[in-house]
Design a protein around this ligand. Structure first.
Ligand code: FCB
Length: 447
């Protein structure tokens, strides 16, 4: 019987991704903890509490990741734990991170570490955080400390997670602490400081560990005009797409700051990245005039949309965005990709169809080096609380009990075989036998 196997390279990294605040629990010095206490900020006023209990026992999920056949994991460090007060570093917290990182190496899992993933120490917020130039020096010192204490265990680094999402959610949309603080002034003030923080961290790491690879994790979405729209809408969609998707990377590539108030050069920024981390989730339509917000959540009638209206499932967009990154001439890691899907209805096919786009990119010799699925285990999804479940492993936050989802088993088969196969489709997502494996295996639809 004909069987299809889409094989990936031997050195491809198969991982999952998490963020400190979302999994560790009890991050009481963080701006997010204070934010959560306010009424109406998190859906149903849910609390992160123990989160996925990683501070006490990350190891149980690392065991699961190893069993899943993962050889990589992306995690972040909680700055507010490491530096609970300005210039006071907590040796015990650094020690715990050392233990977790060693635990990864012992299990054959290569860490990729993010220095800033949305959360800040409370004291930094009091100092104005990214709206104040002091942040750059603090970020440099925090990075230096981390590299000195943990650098021998960290081959790959991400400086800042999703800078444009952070700016949007924090300053413009108000869903992140401290809530629509300073609007456009805040947003435009934060962009140059975030870029300076990135450059400072990049050079701090490279001076101490020249062999380390340092990049960013950039959320990119397909942003396009609805088919059949006016030329003006198409032009506008192109501008919005550049602003959200490529402006940040263009700044990193050539050191320029692009803001409506004029262009400037940021010292030591040009070329300060060794790879691009791509976080890909969805596609949005953008229309002009922008009725009901910048992005439209009115999907096409045949679109598959995930839980909580998180967005359309659009695997082809992953390939399109990978192609849009080729001019930067850097290795690409898919540092996040996933779907909120409590009942695991969509995830098996989501996994296979997105990985198939990566396989396609590899068949063109595009430099995609690894894939980190968001996420290993259900975790605290920021302002959506526990309502959006991204885990390959299901978590009951009350009992901390874990249950493998079918998609976890599927990912295990994929990682272990380094491939997508028609057998996996038969078992986990039979509808794909009619699409990506068309003609490769007979479909038995009898009950
Ligand atoms: C990304 C974030 C990550 C998680 C996923 C679902 O934008 O980086 O922390 O919230 O979305």
């Amino acid at each position: 019987m004909a069987r299809a196997q889409l094989l990936f390279p031997k050195d491809f990294l198969w991982g999952t991704a998490t963020a400190a605040y979302q999994v560790e629990g009890n991050n009481r010095n963080s701006d997010w903890w204070a934010w959560e206490q306010g009424d109406g900020r998190i859906l149903h006023n849910q609390k992160s509490g123990l989160a996925s209990n990683w501070w006490a026992n990350a190891e149980q999920d690392l065991d699961i990741a190893a069993e899943m056949g993962n050889n990589a994991h992306r995690l972040s460090l909680e700055w507010s734990r490491i530096e609970p007060e300005p210039s006071v570093f907590d040796a015990a917290a650094l020690g715990r991170y050392r233990e977790i990182l060693q635990g990864m190496h012992q299990r054959g899992i290569e860490p990729m570490v993010t220095l800033h993933h949305f959360s800040n120490p409370l004291w930094l917020v009091e100092k104005g955080d990214f709206n104040s130039a002091v942040v750059v020096d603090y970020f440099r010192r925090y990075t230096a400390k981390v590299v000195d204490v943990l650098g021998d265990l960290i081959p790959k680094w991400i400086t800042i997670n999703e800078p444009m999402v952070y700016i949007f959610m924090r300053y413009l949309n108000g869903a992140f602490p401290v809530g629509q603080h300073r609007g456009w002034t805040g947003a435009l003030g934060a962009i140059p400081n975030l870029l300076r923080c990135h450059a400072a961290a990049y050079h701090t790491i490279k001076e101490r560990r020249p062999e380390a690879l340092v990049g960013v994790a950039k959320n990119m979405a397909v942003l396009q005009a609805r088919p059949g729209s006016t030329a003006l809408s198409r032009w506008w969609a192109g501008r919005v797409s550049w602003l959200f998707n490529h402006m940040w990377l263009d700044s990193l590539a050539n050191g320029r700051l692009y803001l409506p108030v004029g262009r400037r050069t940021i010292p030591h920024l040009a070329g300060s990245y060794d790879f691009i981390g791509l976080n890909y989730y969805t596609r949005f339509y953008v229309n002009f005039p922008p009725r009901g917000g910048l992005l439209s959540d009115r999907w096409e009638p045949d679109a598959v949309v995930s839980d909580g209206n998180y967005g359309e499932i659009y695997p082809a967009g992953l390939f399109q965005i990978i192609e849009s990154l080729l001019p930067y001439k850097k290795p690409i890691y898919i540092t996040e990709n996933g779907v909120p899907d409590k009942d695991d209805r969509l995830r098996p096919s989501f996994l296979m169809t997105h990985l198939r786009e990566i396989w396609r990119a590899l068949s063109f010799c595009y430099p995609v080096m690894g894939y980190y699925h968001w996420s290993l285990v259900d975790n605290f999804e920021w302002d959506r609380g526990w309502t959006q479940r991204f885990g390959l492993i299901e978590l009951n936050p009350e009992t901390q009990e874990r249950t493998w989802r079918e998609s976890g088993r599927l990912y295990q088969e994929i990682c272990r075989s380094r491939s997508l196969t028609s057998r996996q489709a038969e078992k986990y997502a039979p509808e794909l036998l009619q699409t990506i494996f068309r003609g490769e295996a007979p479909v038995d639809v009898s009950p």
